[in-house]
Design a binder for this molecule. Structure first.
Ligand code: SAM
Length: 472
């Protein structure tokens, strides 16, 4: 039944294939000859399929596990350098007709404050986000065809792109909304979105149906096949994710990689990003009632293995994770993080009164964007506010080939430095600015092509003079 090129959810995410994969992984978890062969393949940056990667996940032999971590760090340096792209979520509406049992926006929750931003409120929210220094957003909304129809989302995107406050601008809007039709995906593409993000939540069909007992999201196949419709609608950057804690992590990991293999087989391009959210406490949600919570150790191993299995796919960590966990996993392959996030509807422009709570979940990392930016730089990372690729048409397979060719260092690296410079000039505290200026000076030497370096230096001077938005 398993067929990665099929367009039917139950065939490209075959339960039998996952079960057989987990049995194979268990049988081979001490087959060190096979494990070394898989590690050698991964070392050549060839990626791993779900069976190979599942064997590594099952393997607990300390020296080999240590090798997985080292390799993840090396691959990250090779493909992503020391850049970390910054973004913030923007909650548009928490009206929702679904019954997701882990999410406080579920329809039966009668005491959570239901809110939907008006276009005026969006202007206030986005102005506040621009004033922090954000350039890239991920839009979030519940599923509600009456309150949040596609026209509302499109209007919000238009408003967001039109807001130019001081030197600020939102230059890339990613969208995380419920599975929809090809026609609607086409509309999102035409509205100029970057990545379409949709978390699978769980790849285990039976659990999926129990965890989504009511509403349109109950339909496992419609949800699982959404990325194919998105791609048919012209969106070639799609972001996958699993909500870890709902089902057994080994099952989810195999499913996630099978989904990536499916996209590659059918559309010739894998996922642009993978997110790794874990369930958090929320309004009427207690995360401990879900039996499959994973430790920080397993979480780190999953991040490392995603990095070595799909070297060209970006990995996203949100503020669901604490500073300490983020510190641990960033070096294992994370390429994007959010900063100073609010998960309430309207939380950026003014703090929400306690009796009006509309938050989706508690955030663990509550630092300001300035603190996150400084912290990254103190660890030797370059916080990047770059949004150049999709604006230059480098999406889908064009982005992947840039990544594979190694030319990223002549492109993403100077773009990161120039957008960091904008951030330092317009939004940073004095202390952050000092660290950042020294970092840019040092990192200019890591642009391989002399000509590119010269142009970048010239642009940096022009940014000091007040000109904005240079990009390679
Ligand atoms: N409503 C959209 C959908 O149906 O896919 C997506 C937007 S929702 C605001 C974004 C994601 O938040 C969900 O896909 C889910 O994985 C995650 N989420 C929901 N409840 C959560 C919780 N209690 N803790 C952590 N993440 C949660």
């Amino acid at each position: 039944m398993y067929n990665k090129a099929s367009l039917i959810a139950e065939e490209f995410i075959s339960h039998e294939e996952i079960t057989a994969t987990l049995a194979y992984a268990e049988e081979n978890k001490e087959n060190f000859a096979l494990i070394d062969e898989i590690l050698a393949k991964a070392e050549q940056c060839k990626g791993l399929d779900h069976r190979e990667a599942s064997v590594l996940l099952a393997c607990e032999e300390p020296t080999r596990v240590a090798r997985m971590y080292t390799m993840a760090e090396e691959l990250k340096k090779k493909f992503y350098g020391n850049r970390i792209v910054m973004f913030a979520p923007l909650y548009l509406s928490n009206y929702c007709i679904n019954g997701c049992v882990y999410c406080p926006y579920h329809m039966k929750n009668k005491h959570i404050a239901r809110k939907k931003l008006t276009q005026e409120e969006i202007v206030r929210e986005v102005t506040a986000l621009q004033d922090m220094g954000h350039k890239r957003l991920a839009l979030e909304a519940g599923e509600d065809p009456v309150n949040n129809p596609i026209e509302y989302i499109l209007e919000c995107i238009d408003t967001i792109y039109s807001i130019k406050h001081k030197n600020g601008a939102i230059r890339r809007v990613n969208v995380n909304i419920a599975a929809t039709t090809v026609e609607n995906y086409r509309k999102l593409k035409d509205a100029g979105i970057g990545t379409y993000i949709l978390f699978q939540e769980t790849y285990h069909k039976e659990s999926y149906e129990k965890l989504h007992p009511t509403g349109p999201k109950h339909d496992y196949a419609y949800h699982t096949e959404a990325m194919d419709r998105a791609m048919e609608g012209g969106i070639d950057d799609v972001g996958l994710g699993v909500l870890f804690g709902l089902e057994l992590y080994k099952y989810e990991f195999a499913g996630l990689l099978m989904h990536a293999e499916h996209l590659e087989a059918v559309h010739g391009v894998g996922p642009h990003t993978i997110s790794v959210p874990r369930i958090k406490r929320a309004d009427d949600i207690d995360p401990t009632v879900f039996d499959n919570g994973i430790s920080d150790e397993i979480f780190a191993k999953l991040c490392a293995l995603i990095r070595i299995s799909v070297p060209y796919t970006g990995m996203i960590i949100s503020t669901r994770e604490s500073k300490e966990v983020r510190e641990k996993v960033i070096r294992l392959g994370v390429s994007q993080i959010s900063g100073a996030s609010k998960t309430s509807v309207g939380g950026y422009s003014e703090p929400e009164p306690e009796e009006e709570n509309s938050e989706q979940f508690d955030v663990s990392d509550k630092r300001t964007l300035d603190e996150v930016v400084r912290w990254l730089m103190e660890f030797g990372y370059i916080p990047s506010f770059c949004t150049a690729c999709y604006r230059e048409g480098r999406t889908g397979d064009r982005f992947m080939s840039l990544c594979k060719s190694g030319q990223i260092q002549n492109c993403c690296h100077p773009n990161a430095l120039m957008t960091l410079k904008e951030y330092l000039m317009d939004y940073a505290s004095e202390e952050t600015k000092k660290i950042g200026e020294a970092l840019i000076e040092a990192e200019l030497n890591n642009i391989p092509k002399e000509k590119v370096r010269e142009i970048c230096e010239d642009h940096l001077k022009k940014i000091e003079e007040g000109i904005r938005d240079f990009r390679f």
